[in-house]
Design a protein around this ligand. Structure first.
Ligand SMILES: C[S@@+](CC[C@H](N)C(=O)[O-])C[C@H]1O[C@@H](n2cnc3c(N)ncnc32)[C@H](O)[C@@H]1O
Length: 234
């Protein structure tokens, strides 16, 4: 799957599905304040599972911020938040909806994690993003995250660690067929090419992060779909 197809797919997720497209659990008739509340709830759960360090003297970067649902929630725990995302349409909408001066958004090139707004930060956070990125792409992001973090900083991210089974692969194929037949949505998502989920094992994550220089503090979560990784730059 090309990067362009992925960007197109995420741009379309807003225009063809709506603001609830950022989280499957947000209901289809949700308004913006409900979406923001879902971000607060998801972040509260993330903090309780990961024990991540927060503080109004700290700067956080959110990777794959989408419409800024989690970035807005992060601003209640961090003094400065920079959200980055590959989808220009989502960043445009995030900027339009944002009312907080300490939160900014920018488009990322999808290859490197080098925000223009800051040169270093204390926390890099990501929710519901990294399983859309292939192992090579993720390794580059991990290297850049290590560079971007201050000493003592934390890298905190969630991954769906369910193996990609034949049923999942079949559904990718089915979506392609639907799209070719002119059916542009299925189960609340665009059917066009561009969606792909990757499985990254805990062993691969630990090894890759450690080789880059991180200390892996935790890989844990209530379910395989909601696994959290906490790594520090010591
Ligand atoms: C399910 S949404 C989650 C958005 C946000 N984290 C939230 O929870 O509301 C996934 C987001 O990841 C972004 N994304 C996908 N691949 C990316 C990449 N390689 N780099 C940065 N963002 C990416 C998409 O554009 C989309 O906004």
């Amino acid at each position: 799957m090309s990067q362009a197809a992925s960007i197109e797919w995420w741009n379309k997720s807003l225009d063809e599905v709506g603001i609830h497209s950022m989280d499957k659990l947000v209901s289809a008739d949700a308004n913006w304040s409900t979406v923001l509340q879902s971000g607060r709830d998801d972040l509260a759960r993330a903090i309780s599972i990961t024990g991540m360090t927060c503080g109004m003297d700290r700067t956080a970067v959110e990777v794959g911020c989408g419409l800024g649902r989690m970035s807005t929630a992060l601003a209640e725990h961090f003094g400065r938040v920079v959200g980055v995302d590959i989808a220009p349409r989502l960043i445009e909408e995030a900027c339009r909806r944002n009312e907080l001066p300490q939160v900014t958004f920018e488009v990322a090139d999808g290859v490197h994690l080098r925000p223009q707004a800051i040169t270093e930060c204390d926390t890099i956070f990501s929710y519901e993003v990294f399983y859309y990125i292939n192992p090579d792409g993720l390794t580059t992001y991990f290297r850049d995250a290590f560079q971007l973090l201050r000493s003592g900083g934390q890298f905190v991210f969630q991954l769906n660690m369910e193996p990609v089974r034949w049923k999942t692969r079949l559904s990718f194929l089915f979506r392609r067929v639907l799209y070719t037949c002119g059916i542009k949505h299925w189960r609340g998502w665009p059917t066009g090419a561009g969606y792909r989920r990757y499985h990254h094992s805990p062993e691969w994550l630990s090894r890759t992060l450690t080789e880059i220089g991180f200390r892996v503090d935790k890989i844990a979560g209530p379910t395989a779909r909601q696994q959290w990784v906490v790594a520090s730059k010591s």
